[in-house]
Design a protein around this ligand. Structure first.
Ligand code: HEM
Length: 278
């Protein structure tokens, strides 16, 4: 249901963004909420002046003891800072390198399961469900520990995997290029792909990035200003306590930001990465 609501809102915002005369910045009449879709202002909110926007709008009400309350995404203020300090080191390259053999083992078992049950058979597969179970299993076996990771990591990752499979099916040329890239690395011998090797697979990286652009599992990101904040470039002030929403999906599908925005185009990511390196 939440996914359905999100996808409806994402489509609605794409409509609004493309039709409103102010394009990248608009709000409700009483300015309880502002919608910011200008890439530079978004960069200010999420990166440069992030210290002002650490809180999310859905801070739990006191007395709320739902599971969602324990998700970092729903925490705010000191509660968020405290848990964040514990969580951050989990994603260091060193930690990820240590986890990699477990992830690799989970992938290998998943492929064996698909081979044994579906290879050569004309059967429908609920890929969403398959990837969800695979992701749950992997996150649990990596022993991330806290409920936080489980809530934040399962639906996001499995949704991206399912959509990535979908775009590769409907774009067989891209699928072939990705297959060739993998074969070139594994030497046609079904060898494991090592952690370091992932860095030398630009087309895989580009396919995942394009999937995230077209089908972001977070179609909007919300933040609340913890103090009055003025965007230096335009002089607009966001009041303390005011909500700012970033329509991620609408920005990703806007012709202002991407050429032919509805098209799956991994090459555009490779070109952008090359440009950034120069
Ligand atoms: C492709 C998969 C994923 C995507 C697209 C994704 C995306 C995101 C986004 C956009 C946020 C920020 C949400 C907000 O500020 O409102 C977030 C937060 C978070 N994600 Fe993920 N995520 C993914 C996978 C994972 C996995 C696998 C884990 C852990 C196992 C994880 C753990 C977290 C945590 C702990 C936070 C909260 C961070 C904080 O508040 O500082 N995510 N994720």
């Amino acid at each position: 249901m939440a996914l359905l609501q999100n996808s409806f809102m994402a489509t609605h915002w794409t409509y609004l963004l493309n039709r409103n005369p102010f394009r990248n910045l608009f709000g409700t009449k009483n300015l309880v909420k502002s919608m910011v879709a200008d890439p530079e202002l978004v960069q200010a909110i999420l990166v440069r002046d992030f210290h002002v926007f650490t809180d999310r709008s859905r801070a739990s009400k006191s007395g709320d003891d739902s599971i969602a309350k324990h998700s970092l995404v729903h925490m705010s203020g000191d509660a968020w800072r405290g848990v964040r300090a514990i969580v951050s080191p989990t994603f260091s390259p060193n930690k990820l390198r240590q986890m990699y053999p477990i992830i690799s083992q989970c992938v290998s078992e998943f492929i064996t399961h698909l081979d044994q049950n579906y290879h050569g058979k004309l059967t429908d597969i609920d890929v969403n469900d398959k990837f969800w179970r695979f992701t749950m299993d992997t996150i649990l076996r990596c022993e991330f520990g806290a409920l936080t990771y489980f809530l934040a990591g399962t639906k996001t990752t499995s949704t991206v995997l399912a959509f990535c499979t979908y775009v590769l099916v409907v774009n067989p040329d891209c699928q072939q290029r990705l297959y060739d890239e993998i074969q070139a690395i594994t030497g046609n011998q079904n060898r494991d792909i090592g952690y370091e090797t992932l860095d030398s697979m630009p087309y895989l990286d580009a396919c995942v990035s394009e999937t995230l652009r077209l089908y972001s599992p977070f179609p909007r990101v919300k933040r609340v200003a913890n103090t009055d904040y003025t965007f230096p470039a335009i002089g607009l002030t966001i009041k303390a306590g005011q909500r700012v929403e970033i329509p991620v999906h609408a920005m990703h599908r806007s012709p202002d930001n991407f050429v032919d925005p509805d098209k799956f185009n991994p090459d555009s990511v490779i070109v952008a990465m090359e440009r950034r390196k120069k």
